[in-house]
Design a protein around this ligand. Sequence first.
Ligand SMILES: NC(=O)c1ccc[n+]([C@@H]2O[C@H](COP(=O)([O-])OP(=O)(O)OC[C@H]3O[C@@H](n4cnc5c(N)ncnc54)[C@H](O)[C@@H]3O)[C@@H](O)[C@H]2O)c1
Length: 355
Amino acid sequence: MAKTYNISLIKGDGIGTEIVNEAVKVLDAVGKKFDIIFNYKEYLMGGCAIDATGNPLPQETIDGVKASDACLFGAIGGPKWDNLSRELRPESGLLRFRKEMGVFANLRPAVVYDELTDASSLKPEVIKGVDIMVVRELIGGIYFGKPSGKDETHGWNTMVYSIQEIERIAHVAFKLAMKRDKRVCSIDKANVLDVSALWRETVEKISKEYPEVELSHMYVDNCAMQLIANPRQFDVILTGNIFGDILSDEASMLSGSIGLLPSASTGESVAVYEPIHGSAPDIAGQNKANPIATISSASMMLRYSLDEIEAANAIDDAIKKAMSDGYRTGDLAAYDCKELVNTQQMGDIIASNIL
Ligand SMILES: NC(=O)c1ccc[n+]([C@@H]2O[C@H](COP(=O)([O-])OP(=O)(O)OC[C@H]3O[C@@H](n4cnc5c(N)ncnc54)[C@H](O)[C@@H]3O)[C@@H](O)[C@H]2O)c1
C-alpha cells in the first residue's frame, strides 16, 4: 500500500512560488516511482501573508505546519514590504516561525558537483568531491544570551550554552554522521572561552554513545582556514550559533552558486526545509530562478524527516544527471553549459530523470 505524507508548503514571495512548484513536480515524480503519496497544503507567510491578512505569520500557518509531517519552504520578503515597521515585516514572521517550531538545529550541506568545479572561486583540485554538512545550533549562544545591551560607552552580549542545549545539538550531528562518513569535527574556541570548554567536554561525553563515529575538535579560526585550504577533510561540522553562522556561509560558497544549496531546520516540532537563498525579487516572475536548491531541500526532507532514503537518493542522482548532461539555469550559464533552460524546464528535466 502507498505510504502517505502530509506536506505543508509555504511558497512565500518573489521566486518562492516558481521554485517550490518545481520541487513539488519532482516530489510527485519520486512519489510515482516509489509508491508514495504526498498530500500538500499551502500556507501563507511573509509579504503575501501581510497582503492577505495584515500579519506576516498567521496563526493558521503555525497550526497547519505543526499538524503536517514536514514543511517545504520557498523564501519570503521583497522591496514592497521593506518600509514596514520591524515587527510587521516579512522577516519578523520568519524569525517567529522558527521559534514557534523550536528549530534548534540548522543543517547546511555544502556539496560541490563535479561539473561545476569551475564555478567556485577555489581551484578545482581543492574542491572536487567536497561533501560537508554543517550542523549549527540555531536558538542559543551569543545571539540570545542575557545580559545584552549597550550604553553610551559599552556594548555587551553573553555567550551562554547549557549542557542540555549542547547535548541535543551534538546528538543531531552524531546521528547525521552515522548516515554519512561517520566523522564529526566539533568547532569551538576552547583555548579562550569557558563556554567552549563546556561545549567540548559535553560533545566528548555524547560521542561515547556513538562509538562508530570519529570525533575531532578544531578551533574556529583554524576551521575558517581549513575550509579554504583543504575542505575535503570535513564530513560533519558541529558548531554553535555564531561560529556556525559564519562558517556555514563560508562553506556554502565552496559550491559556487547560491541557487544550488538546500538547508534544513529541525528541532522539537516539524522540520522546515528551504533553500539558503532569499526571494530574489530581481528575477521574480521571470521563470529564470534555479530551482535546484529547493529540489535538493525536498530531497533532504525525504531523507531526514520521512526516512525515504531511496527516494532522496533518486532526487540527488537526478540533479547530478541534469548537471552532467549540461543543463544550466542562467546563474550557472558560464559553466559547461550545453543548454540554457528556465526554471520550469529544469524541474521537468530533473523529474524526467527520475521516472
Ligand atoms: N529565508 C528567506 O526567506 C530569506 C533569506 C534571505 C533573504 N531573504 C529576503 O529575500 C529578499 C532578497 O534578498 P537578497 O537579494 O539579499 O538575497 P537573495 O538570495 O534573494 O538574492 C541574492 C542574489 O542571488 C540571486 N539568486 C538568489 N536565489 C537564486 C536562484 N534560486 N536562482 C538564481 N539566482 C538566485 C538573486 O537574483 C540575487 O541576485 C530580501 O527581502 C531578504 O530579506 C529571505
